[in-house]
Design a protein around this ligand. Structure first.
Ligand code: HEM
Length: 374
C-alpha cells in the first residue's frame, strides 16, 4: 500500500513537471523540503522528492509580477516622508562606479547576477545578502550550491548601504532590496556603455528569512530548455524573458567545473583554448570569460556565440526550439531591440515577490544588509 502511494507520488510529480503551472496542478505552498542540491536536474529532484512522498514543487508559482506598490523616483518623493532621500540613487551609483573603477568590470557582472539570484528566491527582498536570519540556525541562501564561492559584490552593496545613510542625513531609509535593484541597473548601464539604461521602481522592504535549500529554485548550467522555461514560469516570467535575460552571459566569468563536461559540443578551437585555461580539466575552480569576443561589454554578442561558443548547456539549448531560436536570431540581427527588451525584463525581474509594506517580524528596512535588525 505504502509502495503504491510512493509510486503515485512519483507519477504526480512527473506529471506536474511535464504540464507545469498552466494546468494548475502545482498550486502554491511549500515545496519538497529535501535539499538535493544544484545542479541536480529538476527531473531528478522531483523523482527523489516523489520517492520520499513529497512531490517536488518550487515553493510558489507566481503570477506575472506587476510591481504594484513600487514607484519610479520613490526616494525623491517628498510625500513619502519616511523614505524621502533624494540623494539615494546617486549614492548607489557612486558605490557601483567606485567598485568597477577599483576592481574591474567583472564586479559589475557580479552585481547583475546578485540581483537575479535574490529575485528568484523569496522575491526581491535581499534574502540573498543575509548571513544569519530571524530563525537563526540554518544556512542562508549565500551558502546554497549556486551561490557559495560564486556570487560576488556583497561588499559593494554594504558600501552602497552606508553611502545611502550618509546621503540621507544618517537615516536608515533605503532598503537593501532597492539597493540591489539600483546597483544591477547601474552595472547594466556602465557595462553596456550607456546603451542599457532604465528607470527602476523602488519601495521594496527587506525580508527576515533566508534558507540555503531554497536556492534549488535557481536554474543550473545543465538545465534543459524545458527546465529553464519551467523555473522562469514559476517566477511569473515568460520563455521570452528567459531568453532575453540570458544575454547577461555576455559579461562576467564562469568556473571550469560547469562546462568542461561539454567541450566536445563546442567549436573545437574554442574548446581547446578553454581546456588549456582549465588545465586539462584539472582545475575545476579556474574561471574563464563567458563571452570570448566582447567579454567586458553587456551586448548581444551572447546570441552570436550560441551555440558553439557558449559555456553551458543552458545557453546552448536556447536554439533547440523554433520559438526560442527565432528570438535568438532576432537578438543577433537587432541589438537595440535586445537592449530595450533586456531593460524591460530587468524591471520585470525586479518586481518578483516584492514586499511593499512594513510587517512587524516579517519585513523591515535593514540597518546592515547582511543581518536582520535586532
Ligand atoms: C537562464 C538560466 C541561467 C543559468 C543556468 C545560469 C547559470 C550561471 C552559472 C553556472 C554561472 C557561473 C557561476 C560560477 O562559475 O560560479 C553564471 C554566471 C553569471 N550569470 Fe547566469 N545563469 C542563468 C541566468 C542568468 C540571468 C537571468 C542573469 C542576469 C540577468 C545571469 C547573470 C550572470 C552573470 C552576470 C554571470 C557572471 C557573474 C560573475 O562574473 O561574477 N544569469 N550563470
Amino acid at each position: 500500500m505504502a509502495a503504491a502511494g510512493k509510486k503515485l507520488a512519483v507519477l504526480v510529480a512527473l506529471l506536474a513537471l511535464l504540464v507545469g503551472p498552466s494546468a494548475g496542478l502545482l498550486g502554491s505552498g511549500p515545496g519538497c523540503s529535501v535539499f538535493v542540491g544544484w545542479p541536480v536536474p529538476v527531473i531528478l529532484r522531483s523523482l527523489i522528492c516523489g520517492i520520499l512522498g513529497q512531490p517536488y514543487t518550487p515553493p510558489i508559482w507566481r503570477a506575472e509580477p506587476t510591481g504594484a506598490g513600487l514607484s519610479v523616483g520613490y526616494y525623491n518623493n517628498p510625500n513619502n516622508t519616511n523614505s524621502y532621500c533624494p540623494g539615494a540613487e546617486a549614492a548607489v551609483r557612486k558605490a557601483v562606479e567606485n567598485a568597477i573603477y577599483q576592481q574591474g568590470r567583472g564586479i559589475g557582472a557580479g552585481l547583475i547576477r546578485l540581483f537575479f539570484h535574490d529575485a528568484f528566491v523569496r522575491g526581491c527582498d535581499a534574502s540573498v545578502l543575509l548571513r544569519s536570519t530571524a530563525l537563526a540556525g540554518s544556512a542562508t541562501e549565500m551558502e546554497g550550491p549556486p551561490n557559495k564561492d560564486s556570487l560576488r559584490g556583497f561588499e559593494v552593496i554594504d558600501a552602497a548601504k552606508e553611502a545611502t545613510k550618509a546621503a540621507c542625513g544618517g537615516r536608515n531609509v533605503v532598503s537593501c532590496a532597492d539597493i540591489l535593484a539600483f546597483a544591477a541597473r547601474d552595472a547594466s548601464d556602465i557595462l553596456s556603455g550607456g546603451r542599457i539604461s532604465f528607470p527602476v521602481m523602488a519601495g521594496r522592504y527587506d525580508g527576515r528569512e533566508s534558507f540555503a535549500d531554497e536556492t534549488a529554485q535557481l536554474p543550473g548550467p545543465d538545465s534543459s530548455l524545458q527546465e529553464l522555461q519551467m523555473m522562469f514560469a514559476a517566477q511569473g516570467l515568460s520563455s521570452a524573458d528567459m531568453v532575453t535575460l540570458s544575454g547577461a552571459h555576455s559579461i562576467g566569468s564562469a568556473r571550469c567545473l560547469f562546462f568542461t563536461g561539454r567541450l566536445s559540443a563546442m567549436d573545437p578551437d574554442y574548446a581547446r583554448r578553454l581546456n588549456e585555461n582549465c588545465n586539462g580539466t584539472g582545475s575545476p575552480n579556474n574561471r574563464v570569460d563567458q563571452d570570448p569576443v566582447t567579454s567586458d561589454v553587456l551586448d548581444n554578442q551572447y546570441y552570436k556565440n550560441i551555440d558553439k561558443f557558449v559555456l553551458f548547456r543552458s545557453d546552448a539549448v536556447l536554439v533547440s526550439s523554433p520559438a526560442t531560436k527565432q528570438q535568438v536570431d532576432v537578438n543577433v540581427a537587432n541589438p537595440s531591440r535586445w537592449e530595450s527588451d533586456f531593460a524591460a525584463a530587468m524591471v520585470k525581474m525586479g518586481n518578483i515577490g516584492v514586499k511593499t509594506a512594513r510587517v512587524p517580524g516579517q519585513t523591515e528596512i535593514r540597518d546592515v544588509c547582511w543581518r536582520v535588525n535586532a
